[in-house]
Write a new protein. Structure first.
Length: 276
């Protein structure tokens, strides 16, 4: 059985041969135009060797075709015809394992405008392709502005698009695995998240000075062997420094510092849960 890589190379070779014949030149002429040997062109077209993206771009230029055609990517395969198509694209994007995004909301009464943004964190190590997408978006913004400011032609912009699509055509995507949990487990997880969110909200409503005090206390305790002291000692120590903490629920603090599911255990990062 032919491997997927071999099949891919064969298909590219077939498209090179088709484009060459449509151009009306033979293999020798193509070899001369590319500065390659006749045997190399024969290997390209037979699929014996892989053609690099850079060489595909050169071949496309010589044969007056698009790089995306040679690599087998159909840029027009799913035209966006209505708003539902855009929404469905976002639904599908949310299922992709290799990419992760957040939706930022800015609206009244907390914001004068009405803006929503989809953001990708290029430093998110849990996503394989976020960094690539961020690099693309940076270049995309530059290219768009160049066209808007008449620095470059629309034809040049379209050629850049074609080369970019061809380059990333082999960056394959997979769907996230869905976790099946009971309704009871779902509710328990939701309650934990809400307790954690409430704690964060309480911390954020304090003054900067109090938050700095909390941070300095925790850093001091961690550096002096906090992992061995009783939980109540930690609560008492913090309460001595600020009256704000006297209003916090002890159980909430324990969840925050010791719940491995929330990844906030002060266990030295080894995954164990000492809980003081």
């Amino acid at each position: 059985m032919m491997s997927n890589e071999k099949l891919h190379n064969n298909q590219i070779g077939l498209r090179i041969r088709t484009a060459r014949k449509e151009k009306g030149i033979n293999q020798t002429e193509l070899a001369n135009l590319l500065g390659k040997s006749l045997r190399t062109i024969q290997k390209y077209e037979s699929g014996e060797i892989e053609v690099s993206i850079a060489m595909l771009n050169e071949i496309a230029k010589v044969l007056d075709c698009e790089s995306t055609y040679l690599i087998g990517y159909d840029a027009e395969r799913k035209p966006l015809e209505n708003l539902s198509d855009i929404m469905n694209f976002l639904f599908q994007l949310d299922k992709i394992k290799e990419l992760g995004f957040n939706i930022e909301v800015k609206r009244p009464p907390h914001y004068d405008g009405w803006e929503y943004a989809i953001t990708f964190n290029g430093k998110d190590v849990s996503t394989e392709l976020n960094q690539d997408l961020c690099l693309f978006l940076e270049e995309f913004e530059d290219k768009r502005n160049e066209v808007k400011d008449y620095q470059t032609s629309l034809e040049s912009y379209q050629k850049w698009q074609d080369k970019t699509l061809a380059y990333y055509a082999n960056a394959k995507l997979t769907e996230k695995e869905t976790e099946e949990i009971s309704n009871e487990e779902r509710i328990q997880r939701f309650q934990k998240i809400m307790r954690y969110s409430q704690l964060i909200e309480d911390l954020q409503t304090t003054t900067t000075g109090i938050k700095n005090i909390l941070q300095s206390i925790l850093i001091s305790l961690m550096s002096s062997g906090v992992f061995q002291i009783p939980m109540q000692s930690l609560i008492d120590e913090i309460r001595d420094k600020t009256s704000f903490c006297s209003d916090l629920d002890k159980k909430l603090w324990k969840d925050f510092f010791c719940d491995p599911a929330l990844d906030h255990s002060l266990s030295g990062g080894n995954g164990s849960n000492t809980c003081f």
